[in-house]
Write a protein that binds this ligand. Sequence first.
Ligand code: ARG
Length: 424
Amino acid sequence: MPGVDGGKAAPGVAERRTSPGDEPGRASGATGCPRPAGEPAARHGGAGTGVVDAAEAEGFLRLFHAENRSAGPVEPRLREVLGQIARHGTYTHTAEELAYGARVAWRNSGRCIGRLYWRSLHVRDRRSVASAEGVALECVEHLRAATGTGRIRPTITVFAQDRPGRPGPRIWNEQLVRYAGYERPDGTVNGDPRGAGLTAAARRLGWPGGEGTAFDVLPLVIEAGGRPPLLAAVPGDAVLEVPLTHPVHGWFAELGLRWHAVPAVSDMCLEIGGVCYPCAPFNGWYMGTEIGARNLADEGRYDRLRVVADRLGLDTSDDRTLWKDHALVELNVAVLHSFTRAGVTITDHHTESRRFMAHLEREERSGRVCPADWSWIVPPLSGAATPVFHRYYDDVRLWPAFVHHRRENPYADGPPFTRPGAVV
Ligand code: ARG
């Protein structure tokens, strides 16, 4: 992959990568959206086959009409949809149903602390796009639209749905922007260990690899139309990144840490009324701890606490000096400081916890159950110092929902590199 401009911009300023990426290529095979492991069949009768369960369709339509009085009575629409299902095994949402379904899927995401603004989700209806090349182009447009100049806009792009005998496209990457993890012969990883699997798969599909920095953006791997996957580089100007600096410690910039501005989850199915949209990347904005207390800190990720502690001059010989805790705080200060200075939307865990409490209250006032998973909602830093720690939640699952595909990579053992595809 040609050069990136990482590290050359003034510290604290967001950067866009400027160069296009790697060679494209395709391998082989395609699958639809399998039923999520452990889910009752009744709830997901059609997942994976493209065949819609009429009861799920009805449940969603009743919800849509109940929450959107201006849509009128549900009966005529229900008759129409049941007719479509009887004839074709599936049905087509109206643009309004799709947008509402996507927003409610966010509202129902029990692991997300940032749901206060679920109504504001910007929905890009791209259901007519089913080819890998089309998906690649629209994903890049998604990133540009969601990023803007740093004021990040929660956005989802919905591609073609699964239909009987015609599965929709799928993206292998877990997010549109993720960093490569290059495994060294000794088993250690340069870059993000979490990206090691996709990095290896992309290499087998013909990706020559990036520059070899710790922050090389992975190409998108997109499967569509029963054809071999397409490798598509994400153009540098669509990837906003923030080099990390610290408000007090000048040496922090020398660590060469950075993170991308937009978390855009791309490997979950959007399920609305029995219809499965296997390719529906969505993004919000970051909460600082995701980067500072997990991505850069976890031992299985960038594992940078010790280097930060060393530069801070902490005594790392004993856990009881709390050097990890101290380093975590400074790392998180650097993340929030750098994003703020760069004009990139980010939130802190105290503010976001308060907002979540407001969201819970609102949902309760609306007479709705708000599903929430305590172990995901409580921030990984200073948990008990936030209000979300001190209560229990309804750990139920509601639909519409974002659901994880069963992860199955048919190319794990090395696919044939069959034919070149398009560069984005
Ligand atoms: N935790 C993931 C990451 O660090 C992102 C998940 C979605 N996060 C969000 N703020 N919308 O990349």
